[in-house]
Design a binder for this molecule. Structure first.
Ligand SMILES: [Ca+2]
Ligand SMILES: [Ca+2]
Ligand SMILES: [Ca+2]
Length: 274
């Protein structure tokens, strides 16, 4: 109150009060503006940093949102691709299993056919019953062996193949008794399972065993062919052996000559055979 009274610029007490307040206000704003000019810069920097941080957060939120929306789609595509590959693998596996099964079945059927072929040979079905015999129908038994005497004529090689198809091989004569048995059942030239086609003069049986004792005719083997008309054919080795009828002896002849042949196989040994 004393300041407004002493102030000469005051016409009225209200003006003095206003003036005093303005004066007081003017005096107090001057230092505040100086302080503001010094301290506003750090606040502005903080605001800018805060703004940048908000912008980064916003960008990160947007990126995460996009990844979240697209992520399941990629995973879904990968799963579909894996499912397709898995199905393909299963299909391939099933196909390979089926092929292998068919191969095994075919091999099994072939084995059964082969076994039943022999079964039918030795034990033919008669009135819906199998009657087993030591030798197939049409074969001759001697000791523990069965012999097939062919009626057709073939080369030595074809005769060998024919015997193999019958589950046998060309006869191997191992004893005087077997030699006599064969001779007694043949009236023509018959191939036996002996040859020297591998090495001239080295006589091997069809099971690759070496000949120990032979039943050669006079001046045989001579590596010359003697045909049934008793003529000598020269110019080709005689490497295969025939049983000469009525002589009970062997002769080496050309392997391509057509002769009958004798096959030999094991006789079937069963208990209670009639
Ligand atoms: Ca024999
Ligand atoms: Ca010879
Ligand atoms: Ca000869």
């Amino acid at each position: 109150m004393s300041a407004s009274i002493s102030n000469p610029a005051c016409a009225t007490p209200e003006q003095c009060i206003y003036s005093t307040v303005s004066h007081i206000s003017g005096n107090s704003e001057a230092p505040r503006s100086e302080k503001s000019g010094q301290s506003s810069h750090p606040y502005r920097l903080a605001a800018v940093c805060l703004g940048l941080l908000c912008a980064l957060l916003l960008a990160a939120t947007l990126v995460l949102g996009v990844l979240y929306l697209r992520g399941p789609k990629y995973v879904s595509q990968e799963c579909s691709e894996m499912d397709r590959e898995l199905e393909e693998l299963r299909a391939n596996y099933s196909r390979s299993i089926e092929v292998e099964r068919q191969k095994n079945n075919m091999a099994f059927i072939a084995m059964l056919e082969e076994r039943y072929s022999y079964l039918d040979q030795y034990c033919p079905l008669i009135s819906k019953k199998r009657a087993c015999k030591p030798c197939p129908q049409g074969w001759e038994q001697f000791c523990s062996k069965c012999y097939y005497f062919s009626t057709e004529r073939k080369s030595w090689i074809d005769s060998h193949s024919d015997c193999l198809k019958r589950g046998a091989d060309l006869v191997i004569i191992e004893s005087e008794e077997e030699q006599v048995f064969i001779s007694n059942h043949t009236r023509d030239y018959n191939w036996i399972g002996l040859s020297d086609m591998e090495t001239e003069g080295t006589w091997l049986w069809v099971d690759n065993t070496l000949l120990h004792k032979g039943f050669w005719g006079s001046r045989e083997p001579d590596n010359h062919n003697v045909t049934e008309n008793k003529t000598h054919d020269k110019g080709e080795d005689a490497d295969c052996v025939v049983m000469v009828p009525d002589e009970n002896r062997w002769n080496d002849a050309r392997c391509f000559s057509k002769c009958k042949f004798v096959c030999e196989t094991d006789a079937l040994v069963l208990n209670n055979l009639s």
